[in-house]
Design a protein around this ligand. Sequence first.
Ligand SMILES: *Cc1c(COP(=O)(O)O)cnc(C)c1O
Length: 395
Amino acid sequence: MTDRRFLMGTYPEPPVTFVRGEGSVLFDAEGRSYLDFIGGLAVTSLGHAHPAVTEAVSRQAATLTHVSNLYGNVLAPEVAATIDRLIGGGEEQAGGQVFFCNSGAEANECAIKVARRWAGRGRYVVVSTENSFHGRTLAALAATGQAAKHTGFEPMPAGFPAVPFDDLEAMAKALEGADVAAVLVEAIQGEGGVVVPSSDYLRGLRDLCTEHGALLMVDEVQTGFGRTGEWFAFQHEHLEPDVVTMAKALGNGMPVGACWARAEVAAAMVPGDHGSTFGGQPLAMAAVRATLGVMEAEDVCGRATAAGSRLRDGLGSLDAIGGVRGRGLLLAAQLTGGGAAAASAACLEAGLLVNAVRPDALRFSPSLLVGNEQIDAALAIVAAALEGLQRAGAQ
Ligand SMILES: *Cc1c(COP(=O)(O)O)cnc(C)c1O
C-alpha cells in the first residue's frame, strides 16, 4: 500500500518506493534496481541487508529484544567498551563512558544535558555554528544554526547562540561569556553541504575550550564510524574532544544513537539525570555489535579512503563539476551550472541515488563496502546525467 494519506506531511512526496536492498543496490516495487550512493543518509555503511547484521538481529529478536534499563543486558556494556576503544583510535580504550539512545538528535540532547550538568553554576550556554545541523528535537534544533528551521516553532530553548563555522575568532568572542558550558560542532558540516573546516579549526576549538573551561562536543552523527577514513572525523586532526555524539551508521540501519563523554565529564551524570526506555536495548545492541565487528574486520576506514579517492577523482574529472569537497566517502560535488535537484532526478531516472544537499551540490555517501565497478557505474550515470542537463540547458 503506497497511499500516504495517513502519514504526517513532514516530507515531500517521494519519487520512488523501495521494497528490498542488497549491498549497494535497492529494488523498487516493480523490480527495478538502483545503485544507492546515499546509503540512507550515511546510515547503511555496510550496505543493505548485510548478512552478519541480519543474522545477529534475527538471532537476537528470537532471544531477547528488550528488558528496559531497570535491568541489565549483556550486550550494552560490551558495545560501550568497543565505542570507547574506537574513540581512542581503535587500539586503546579512550577511558570515557557511553549513554545509548535511538537517534542523532537524542545523542545531542544527551550531550547538551551533560554540558549543563557538568558546568553547573548558571553556565548553560552551548555555542554552535551557523549552517550546522544537530537534529529536530527542540534543544538540538535550537543548536542547529539555521534560522529557517526554527520558524514557527518559537520560542526556542534559550542559550544556543551560533557563530560562523570555521571562524576561530568568532568562537573566541562567544566563549568570553561567563555562562558558556560547551561548544557543539560537526567535524564536517554534513547537511550544510559537506563543508570541511580548515585543518587547524578543531584543534583551535580544543585550545579555546580548554582555555575557557568549556566542553568541546563534536557531533559525529554523520561523519562517524569510518565514513571519512578514520573512525571519527576529529581523529584526522589529532585532538581529544570531551564529548562525541554518534548515530547514523552505528547500527547499519537499526535506529540507535550514542553519546560518549570523557570519564570526568560523564561523572556529572548520576542515576535519575537522564534516561531512555529503548536506549541500549538488546536488539539494537546486537545490531551495533555486529556492525562494528564487520567494520573492523573489513577495515572500513581504509576502504573509505581508497574508494573515496576513486569517486572523488572521477567526479573531479567531469566538466560540469567545479570541485569536490569532503573526506573519504562523504563527498559533495559542486555543480558549475547549479541545478542539483534536476541532476539528482536525472540520476534517479538512470538508476542512481544521490542527494542534492545544496541547490548547486550533489552529496555522495555510499556504503563503505561499495565496489570499484559500482563506483565506475555511478560515475558514468552522473556524467551522462550532467551532460544531458547541459545539452538541455544549451537549447
Ligand atoms: C542526521 C544528523 C543529526 C540528526 O540525527 P537524527 O537521527 O535524524 O535525529 C544530527 N547531527 C548530524 C551531524 C546529522 O547529520
